[in-house]
Design a protein. Structure first.
Length: 174
């Protein structure tokens, strides 16, 4: 096997506190709200899934792809108004080149995936907000593995009955 195929690249999220200071334990619920993982390890052949829309039509959240290569990003043209300064964050970093297959077509798109920012805020004004910079990818669950996944049952009691809405439609209050 090619030694390049055996290489693993680990991408660690860059978390940032915004607002009042608080302890790590107080920020744990905010960190749990991020879909983007704290650590993402990829290699050539890794199946991945987008967790953020990269465009409006094809590369949307849930689109699956395969890592086909890693390339160094030498120049990034960043929006100067962007608070993260993507140019500094990505310059010289080795990033995954992902082949996405467009559903319903035979079309394939190759994208050098760069980090994006995520934001979570606390429930009240006293709570610290957080932001995370990470690749918009997660490890995709292979179809055969997801078929074996056990899902906890959900029991919903509909004792309240339907409530009429102003426009004549009915809804169930849970």
């Amino acid at each position: 096997m090619d030694s390049h195929n055996e290489l693993e690249y680990t991408y660690r999220a860059k978390d940032r506190l915004i607002g009042t200071s608080s302890t790590k334990q107080q920020n744990a619920p905010l960190l749990a709200n991020f879909t983007a993982p704290k650590k993402l390890t990829l290699r050539i052949g890794s199946e991945v899934m987008l967790i953020t829309d990269l465009d409006r039509h094809e590369l949307v959240s849930g689109t699956k792809g395969v890592v086909v290569d890693f390339q160094k990003l030498s120049v990034v043209y960043a929006d100067p108004s962007e608070p993260w300064g993507a140019e500094d964050d990505c310059h010289g970093q080795t990033l995954p080149l992902v082949q996405f297959e467009m559903p319903g077509t035979n079309k394939k798109r190759y994208v050098l995936v760069t980090p994006v920012g995520y934001y979570a805020e606390g429930r009240d004004t006293r709570t610290t907000s957080m932001s995370r910079m990470q690749l918009p990818l997660i490890q995709a669950i292979p179809r055969h593995a997801s078929q074996l996944e056990k899902i906890m049952p959900l029991k919903v009691t509909l004792t309240q009955g339907p409530r009429a809405m102003a426009n004549g439609r009915h809804t169930w209050w849970l």
